[in-house]
Design a protein around this ligand. Structure first.
Ligand SMILES: Cc1ncc(COP(=O)(O)O)c(C=O)c1O
Length: 363
């Protein structure tokens, strides 16, 4: 079996064990005589999968009974719209961090809803265009804000918040690319969410953790499927949920538990450090994020400050060696290694050794 070292930013590498177990159970899930994909979402076999997935995730994040975990289709981008639709009422103010491409997309959706409703959106910090990329050090929050939206890890820029700001309003965070990747107090937030396709499972849904109290405050005049309370009250079973995605999510969460969170977090830091050490070791490479905000999930860098021809050569040679998707996002170019939880250390070692070799030949 030849598995590529898949550095894709998402959909991304999943734990091999999870894939292999899913393969074993694909046609006949634990003697049920059918695949998880074929089961009724109202039956007891699926119900056990659903409940266990939620319980394991809550345990890993340290969430109590005041929290609900919801599965919402439409990915993280749907959350950009649902958040203001639920919580940004007429005359209200919402604060947004404009920290990079993704939080800017969230901000734009907030602005659309604000324009429709006669509400206001305040940019609490703007580092989107800063080069090298970084996260804000100062934020301007609005007293009485309906909510404050930030992004913990800007996947394209490769910049990550290391210390979360204290906000006045409820803190909402897009954690799509760094959820469960490092030690974090999830109870500091009121709502956090992640498109599943990086650290949680396959694409097709967002996992949304929301304080029940906040969900109950959402607008109840918007369509049912857009209200958080629907997902909370119906345990994400108001309609047919993405059952296969939830099953793989649950298996991935059990894998995190088996690995041990602390071990996994230490491994993530060690993986990133190996690549950053090579980048810092020579002027041949240029890291694109300010060191104190460097992401441990998405390492971004350039060759000789942006030599595109050499970067293309690097990508072609890496691909031939079984290392795929090292190209930076199409909007910024350069190189990016996405090394999520399931990315193996031997893949990082292969990359680091190739980088040294490439530099020796082309430096
Ligand atoms: C930080 C962040 N937020 C949001 C998104 C959008 O996610 P989706 O494609 O699930 O809508 C992405 C996708 O890469 C992301 O990295």
């Amino acid at each position: 079996m030849a598995r590529a070292y898949n550095f894709s930013a998402g959909p991304a590498v999943l734990p091999l064990e999870v894939l292999q177990d899913a393969q074993k159970e694909l046609v006949d899930y634990k003697g049920c005589g059918m695949s998880v994909m074929e089961m009724s979402h109202r039956g007891k076999d699926y119900d056990a999968i659903h409940q266990e997935a939620i319980a394991t995730f809550k345990e890993l994040c340290g969430l109590g009974d005041d929290w609900a975990v919801c599965f919402v289709q439409g990915g993280a981008s749907m959350q950009f719209a649902m958040i203001p639709m639920n919580f940004l009422g007429k005359g209200a103010v919402a604060d947004y961090g404009k920290q990079g491409t993704w939080s800017n997309k969230a901000l734009k959706e907030g602005q659309k809803v604000a324009a429709l409703r006669g509400a206001t959106v305040n940019v609490a910090a703007d580092t989107q265009k800063d080069i090298p990329t970084r996260m804000p050090s100062e934020w301007k929050w609005t007293e009485g804000a309906a909510y404050c939206h930030i992004c913990s890890n800007e996947t394209i820029a490769g910049a990550e918040i290391k210390e979360f700001p204290k906000t006045t309003g409820p803190l909402i965070c897009d954690m799509s690319s760094d959820i469960l990747s490092c030690e974090r107090d999830y109870n500091k937030f009121d709502l956090f969410y992640a498109g599943a396709q990086k650290n949680l499972g396959p694409s097709g849904m967002a996992v949304v953790a929301i304080k029940k109290e906040l969900a109950a405050k959402g607008d109840d005049k918007i369509p049912t499927m857009l209200q958080y309370r629907t997902y909370v009250d119906e345990n994400s079973l108001f309609n047919t949920p993405p059952t296969w995605g939830i099953y793989i999510f649950g298996e991935t969460m059990k894998w995190v538990k088996r690995m041990g969170k602390e071990n996994l977090f230490a491994l993530n830091a060690a993986k990133a450090k190996k690549i950053y050490d090579v980048i810092d070791g020579s002027e041949f490479w240029t890291g694109t994020a300010v060191p104190e905000f460097r992401s441990n999930m998405n390492v971004t860098w350039r060759i000789k400050g942006g030599d595109e021809a050499l970067e293309k050569k690097f990508l072609d040679e890496a691909k031939a060696l079984g290392m795929s998707s090292l190209k930076g996002h199409r909007s910024v170019g350069g190189l990016r290694a996405s090394i999520y939880n399931a990315f193996p250390m031997d893949g990082v070692d292969a990359l680091v050794s190739f980088m040294k070799d490439f530099e020796a030949k082309n430096g």
